[in-house]
Write a protein that binds this ligand. Sequence first.
Ligand code: C2E
Ligand code: CA
Ligand code: CA
Length: 421
Amino acid sequence: MNTENPEGTILVVDDDPFVLKTTSFTLNNLGYSQVLSVESVAQAMVSMRSANPPVEVILTDLNMPGTDGIEFLRQLADEGFAGDLLLISGEDTRTLSVAENLARVRNLNVLGTLAKPIRPGVLQKILTTRAPVTDAADEAGNEGSVEISPSRLGNAIADGELEPWYQLKVDINSREPVGVEVLARWPQPNNEMLFPDSFIPVAEAHGLIDPLTTLMLDKALKQAEVWHGQGLELFLAVNVSMDSLHDLGFPDRVGSLLEASGLKESSMLLEVTESRLMQDLASPLDNLVRLRLKRVRLSIDDFGTGHSNLEQLRDLPFDELKLDRSFVQGAASSETTRAILESSVELAKRLGMTIVAEGVETEQDWERVAALGCDQAQGYFIARPMPAEAIPGTLREWVARSSELQFASHRAPGWSEENEV
Ligand code: C2E
Ligand code: CA
Ligand code: CA
């Protein structure tokens, strides 16, 4: 499909009728005759299904009332849209970069980003140098998944079969281990181990995520007590789905489990992941604030890939920002990724948040996130997730290894006063 003039339809989505008119006009002038323009995501989805010839290129605004461009990207990914996307925004370049990254991790093919007002020359250049379209639908559907029945999972949770594994989080400056992330594992009778990707979606879809979280919290808190008794002061980072935060009983359940454990509230951090866009923010916000009042710390997980956006960062009371590993690992190779990383870190610092880099796999990853100004790191370079009994030995091993490593200085020369806020 690397032709100069697409044979398919070009779909333009923008809530501003004036922009729609001028963009269609520009496209017609550039020789593209099959242009459809619509004012909303809902209309766009209808056009997507009915357009003849099929839609091959979409130009979409990101800021639209109602369903915005970010949600549109998710819907397109769900439909397996394999054409090309051009993102348009009157917003700052950071929003565009974050949106572009989001589209990329969802296997959508982004041709480029355009700032408003659109310049015909730039538009033509992008459209005429279109790269061949990758088959996004194929790649997205390729996760080798095991069939798990909700009732078997429900029984396993009720019987306490799921086990928390733990992965170290370390302070980048001091290199000291500060906490562990709790990651659910489901051992099978045949000695196989099931990983969260195979059962968390089932739990979320069948109302089992709350009991699962409670089980992990309960077991991990008991483990933390044992560690504290041995002089290991590690905070627990527990994963919580946004779904759980719609339940107004959640903060109290967390509170009573904490109280029963006798651990300090501040020794617990909840890593919140959004599995879908929050339509209704009221109850999650209530719950987040109530958890904060209980002095439980809150982390926004998978930053940069989920539905988390910069506005939510401003509006929700998070203490920690966890950069998704797709940023951390891709940081060397891509200018865009680097730009998103730097601006996210800068924003989080301005908001007084702790910044954690996940997926630190190599010494280079470590040095790069240290230079960026991240506070903590987690990843295979430090240690893989492991059962509780392996933690004390791994801690000793890390302390010995990290003191021998010749890490670069804590901050790269480029990270100085003008970046610091
Ligand atoms: P996550 O919260 O982003 O957790 C990090 C995932 O990255 C873990 O996968 C971890 O094993 C993996 N990881 C850690 N370091 C590295 C690294 O250096 N390189 C690479 N390639 N991967 C690394 P895991 O354990 O399979 O968990 C997957 C996801 O499942 C988690 O992503 C989390 O969103 C979810 N999850 C796990 N346990 C729970 C739970 O108890 N409750 C809920 N709601 N979700 C959970
Ligand atoms: Ca997490
Ligand atoms: Ca993540």
